[in-house]
Design a protein around this ligand. Structure first.
Ligand SMILES: [Zn+2]
Length: 409
């Protein structure tokens, strides 16, 4: 997994994700984990020459909302589990994401610096990790995963690796929590700005005072980063963005008015497969018929939210938010969204837009000189037919950091 390979992919049809067009007969020279040169296939290459037989070469995918530590859907149990066992359980979750073609992921709570380092140094195989550390939640809000009977102090969770969140109340405590996550290597800050479905707090609830929201966003901005805010309801979305949040996670119940107001200030990261996956396993998960119905409804609203944001000019990224037994549904996010988006728009969400969200424009999500050599080799152009991306038989090669981690051609 070291990034010292020197090789040239030849006979490539390089996909320009800005246009969906292919550039045939190209070579891509990779050195030190970066794309050094894109040239003519007949030009003399460096190192190993690997013929991809005219296949499509596109940038690796990015998922902007994952929880690699969430090996169970019973989130309240995570804080009480063995740290070593949870880390071991994260390993196959990470590897499976990479093998689906996700070469970068933004973790929305749970993964810590150590896990990112384990991936970076090749101890674990997985996508490069952009971590949030623990998401910041208010007492009794979404993200305060204590069971109702639990009497543990709210800050107990900040000491457990398995806990995906920490609880903070009051602007000073929120500020301290953000600073602590940044100190421990968070790339961005996750904040629970409103209710949800999985956590049992009603969707319409808004969380934190404006002062608390601002404290978090200001601290993140001072450290050169930003807040990703969990919010479903239109009011929660608007409060979070007005306080400075840069990405809205989920956002299913956004309205035209709120979309207009946040346009130019925030991104939407929809995560439809998280609810859709729960619906598929409703019986097994003991989900009651009315909650199941609500989930189906909110997925439908989430599709409308994508259209609403597109109309208002709010860029739409790509996320999934999967946990436990529904981790395997990561690619189903594409088929769900295909109801309202073209294949090109879907590919752009998971590459260009997500690279912007990660503040990695030109480095990730595009095949260009100096970008990270995170590449997929495919039979066919997913900008013509998104199903190509979802078919493991047509995903013939995966390169991360200049190393071919899968080669099937
Ligand atoms: Zn999440």
């Amino acid at each position: 997994m070291s990034a010292d390979s020197d090789l040239t992919l030849v006979n490539c049809a390089v996909l320009d994700v800005r246009t969906g067009e292919l550039d045939h007969g190209r070579s891509v020279r990779v050195e030190g984990g970066r794309i050094r040169e894109i040239g003519d296939s007949n030009a003399p290459g460096h190192g190993d020459r690997i013929d991809v037989d005219g296949r499509v070469v596109m940038p690796g995918l990015i998922d902007a909302h994952v929880h690699v530590m969430a090996s169970t859907l019973k989130l309240s149990s995570l804080a009480h589990q063995s740290s070593t066992l949870l880390t071991a359980k994260a390993a196959p979750i990470l590897r499976d994401m990479l093998m689906r073609g996700f070469t970068s992921v933004r973790d929305a709570g749970g993964a810590d610096w150590g896990l990112a380092e384990a991936v970076r140094t090749g101890l674990f195989q997985g996508p490069r990790l952009f971590i949030s550390g623990k998401g910041i939640a208010q007492t009794g809000g979404q993200g305060d995963f204590r069971d109702i009977e639990e009497v543990a102090l709210p800050d107990y969770c900040s000491h457990s690796l398995g806990s995906m969140t920490r609880v903070a109340d009051g602007a000073d405590a929120v500020r301290a929590g953000v600073r602590e996550e940044l100190r421990r290597g968070a790339h961005q800050i996750k904040l629970f700005a409103g209710g949800g479905i999985a956590g049992g707090v009603p969707l319409a609830y808004s969380h934190f005072t404006v002062e608390e929201l601002k404290a978090a966003c200001d601290e993140a901005a001072s450290a050169g980063t930003y807040v990703m805010a969990h919010a479903y309801a239109a009011d929660s979305i608007l409060r979070a963005v007005e306080a400075g949040a840069r990405t809205i996670e989920h956002g299913n119940l956004i309205t035209d008015v709120v979309a207009e107001k946040i346009s130019g200030r925030a991104y939407l990261v929809p995560t439809l497969s998280a609810l859709d996956g729960r619906v598929r396993h409703a019986d097994e998960l003991g989900i009651s018929p009315d909650v199941r119905e609500l989930m189906v409804h909110v997925v439908g609203e989430g599709l409308k939210a994508i259209e609403t944001c597109a109309r208002a000019g709010v860029p739409v990224g790509f996320g999934t938010d999967l946990e436990g037994i529904i981790h395997p549904y990561q690619m189903s996010e594409f088929s769900l969204r295909a109801a309202v988006q073209t294949p090109l728009e879907l590919v752009q969400s998971a590459t260009l837009v997500n690279a912007e969200i990660l503040q990695m424009e030109g480095k990730l999500g595009i095949v260009t000189e100096d970008a990270f050599a995170d590449l997929l080799i495919l039979d066919g152009n997913p900008c013509d037919d998104i199903a190509i991306l979802q078919d493991p038989a047509r995903l013939r090669g995966i390169m991360k950091d200049g190393t071919l981690v899968r080669r099937d051609f």
